[in-house]
Design a protein around this ligand. Structure first.
Ligand SMILES: [Ca+2]
Ligand SMILES: [Ca+2]
Ligand SMILES: [Ca+2]
Ligand SMILES: [Zn+2]
Length: 199
């Protein structure tokens, strides 16, 4: 008999929580999501050619964003489809920066959580696929200008949020997908195997 979606979800959650206390490899991170609606992090992108727009970014952040997109193309089987001078219906990734305080209901300066937020990604157009998987047709990336103080942090954060936008979760490895103070602005081989396994 076919398992219900709920039973399947329970099985996944049980496996994940068991793994935390046993031997989850330090390299493991998630890629994409199944069985529930992931408005936030990180359903995988629904297409291989990634079109992006960042027409309102400040100049230095735009350089870092461009670096991040070029790196995604260079390191993985995903490709830059093109840069859209304005966001259209086929644009996959749209980037913004500002001095955020409570945007998206998040605590950007860490005043209430004690955890400073430098960037955030949200899938604003989620697609349901056959088999219970969700993919992301369009993601919005937000960078907090209060934190984007040098090239290293701008490139790392661009790499990190772009990674979320195409489906990558956090990792402990040396990768821009490591949360916190990592200065790495590239993806690990584990990140790449997730992406290249899908594309
Ligand atoms: Ca590529
Ligand atoms: Ca912040
Ligand atoms: Ca798309
Ligand atoms: Zn993150």
């Amino acid at each position: 008999m076919r398992k219900s979606a709920l039973a399947l979800l329970f099985a996944v959650v049980t496996t994940a929580s068991a793994a935390v206390t046993t031997a989850i490899p330090a390299t493991a991170n998630t890629f994409g999501f199944y069985a529930w609606h992931p408005t936030w992090c990180c359903p995988k992108t629904d297409n291989r050619d990634v079109y992006w727009n960042a027409s309102t970014l400040t100049t230095n952040m735009l350089y870092a964003a461009d670096y991040g997109m070029a790196n995604l193309d260079y390191q993985t089987d995903l490709r830059i489809g093109g840069y859209d001078s304005s966001a259209g219906t086929h644009t996959d990734v749209v980037m913004f920066d500002a001095y955020y305080v409570d945007y998206w209901g998040k605590d950007w300066d860490g005043s209430s959580t004690g955890k400073n937020l430098t960037g955030s990604t949200k899938c604003v157009r989620v697609l349901a696929q056959i088999g219970g998987e969700y993919t992301c047709d369009r993601a919005e990336l937000r960078f907090d200008l209060a934190d984007m103080t040098n090239t290293t942090v701008r490139r790392k954060t661009a790499c990190h949020e772009i990674g979320h936008s195409i489906g990558l979760g956090h990792t402990n490895l040396t990768s821009c997908m490591k949360a916190g103070t990592s200065t790495t602005a590239t993806y690990s081989s584990h990140d790449r195997s997730h992406i290249n396994g899908a594309w």
